[in-house]
Design a protein. Structure first.
Length: 285
């Protein structure tokens, strides 16, 4: 008889290990205490960032007061120290002819940039922070996307069957999927995008600052203005989506069943720095 279980720890472990493979070129055993401690800190930071912060309104005052806002800085520093240890480990056996992962590629590019006397940000401080961003932005968002995927597919068995049939027809049940398969899986791709749209896991995107004087419609946004995008307003805009409050993969398909990217699809952000979380799992853990 089947018993209920919580899939969240398994998803968190898998996603974090995939990011470890991309950044460190190694994975951790799920029982590794060091790895589990890192996961806990990532989860703590994600939940604290999603809560209401007086710190955002009164940073000068709150930095002198005790409270949970201090935990996020402590956890972030601990994660950064973990990453710096990995960077130093990579330096010991760095092979310019065979870069293994993100850290190797960054370190090699840093040498090229320094040799050319260019100053474009390839410094170890930035490397540590970029790796930290990959974990903070990639782990919780991807795990939550997968959790919403389970929920919507369980609630929509007919959609689940169509996805399975498409995957079986293109990939089969023996080999692993690759990014090359994506172009031949339009319905599956549409379902993934609809999961992100309905999941709406980043309703209010992170704070941004206008780098220059800008104009948005009839609004003038002066340089230095703090901006917080409201992504929910776009993902559920009735003027952009046929059935905004219904799980409807056809939002991303044309009349011939081909995948269509919608301009109003902004689950994380817009522009070149937008983040496409669900394709991380195609990197085998």
């Amino acid at each position: 008889m089947s018993l209920p279980f919580d899939p969240v720890p398994l998803l968190n472990n898998a996603v974090a290990n995939i990011i470890c493979m991309i950044v460190f070129r190694r994975r951790f055993d799920y029982n590794d205490q060091y790895f589990q401690n890192m996961l806990k800190k990532l989860t703590d930071v994600a939940y604290l960032e999603g809560s209401i912060w007086l710190y955002d309104a009164f940073p000068a005052l709150m930095k002198h007061l005790p409270g949970p806002h201090n935990d996020i800085f402590t956890s972030s520093r601990s994660l950064e120290a973990f990453i710096r240890t990995e960077i130093e480990r990579h330096k010991l056996d760095l092979d310019p002819s065979n870069p293994r992962d993100y850290i190797d590629c960054f370190l090699l590019e840093e040498k090229v940039v320094k040799a050319a006397l260019h100053d474009v940000g390839f410094e170890e401080e930035n490397l540590a922070l970029c790796c930290l961003d990959l974990f903070l932005a990639g782990s919780e968002t991807t795990s939550k996307t997968l959790q919403w995927g389970l929920i919507y597919l369980i609630k929509s068995p007919n959609i689940q069957e169509k996805v399975q049939a498409e995957i079986d027809g293109v990939i089969g049940q023996v080999r692993q999927p690759t990014m090359v398969d994506k172009a031949n899986l339009p319905y599956t791709d549409a379902v993934i995008h609809e999961i992100q749209r309905m999941g709406n896991i980043v309703p209010l995107n992170g704070l941004r600052m206008a780098a220059k004087d800008s104009k948005l419609g009839s609004y003038i946004i002066p340089k230095g203005t703090t901006v917080m995008p409201n992504l929910t307003s776009v993902l559920f805009d009735k003027n952009e989506w046929e059935n905004p409050h219904t799980f409807y993969p056809e939002h991303f398909l044309d009349t011939e069943g081909k995948f269509v990217k919608r301009e109003a699809f902004l689950p994380f952000s817009a522009g070149n720095t937008s983040f496409n979380a669900p394709y991380f799992p195609l990197v085998k853990d």
